[in-house]
Design a protein around this ligand. Sequence first.
Ligand code: OAD
Length: 262
Amino acid sequence: MQGASSGLERRLNTAIQSAAQLLSAASAVVCLTGAGVSAESGVPTFRDAQTGLWRRYQPEELASPQGFARNPGLVWRWYMWRLSLVEEAQPNAGHQALAALAHRVHDWTLVTQNVDSLHEEAGSPTVLHLHGSLMHFRCDECHHTHELLPAEREAEHPPLCRLCGGLVRPDVVWFGEALPRRALEQAVHAAQHCHVMLVVGTSGLVYPAAQLPQLAKEAGAALIDVNPQPGPLARLADVQLRGPSGKVLPHLLSALLSSKEP
Ligand code: OAD
């Protein structure tokens, strides 16, 4: 048994060295993250077999405009629960390693599908949020920004917009909705101009975010996939780092730093 696990460790270490070499030669790097990067902070992913949110809840009821129209109170309470979860969470070693990488790569772009703010809390300078933010709210009708009051967090129903009286909703992207245009344009441009794309903790099943690694590959970038499980993106990957990002990314950072030492 020990032999098998040390074999796996050896393979991971070799792959980490290859990934560090790719990063060290690259001046433009894009990192695309998904729910897996926050898993070790205690924020549940969507599709993991035992713990994923979409194993326990119906996305069409909780993350679609139709679901909100049918039962706004249910949707509101679910997002207030998720907000309290992410507010209690702390960035993990994976978020921290990515923040450190941002300062070591000349042209670094971090794109996330996550609606938490753990990348920012770890010190990542700029983050393109493709799916919005759990911490921001807006009117479903007139789109006016809504500042959440403490009492509204405990409410059974969403608050009403102070401008038009419409229902207030979390400023996240639901199924069937368009992504924030500017963030998506910036992400696509960065993907098409990077030398390396680091993909961390995403199942690669949700488009258009899942298109970004394909765009990067088509433009000639090398792809590094960090995920304990191989998914659809694995076949595109030049280097696969099979392990939790909270463990793999700090090792990758150390390997990069030692490869850059004179
Ligand atoms: P998923 O739940 O689909 O995938 C999470 C991925 O993280 C899986 O590939 C896991 O194997 C991996 N993973 C689990 N633990 C990990 C760890 N410790 N380190 C690294 N990877 C780990 O989440 P996303 O791909 O982010 O959209 O899902 C994409 C979108 O689907 C979400 O943004 C959300 C969801 O519906 C909206 O809400 C609009």
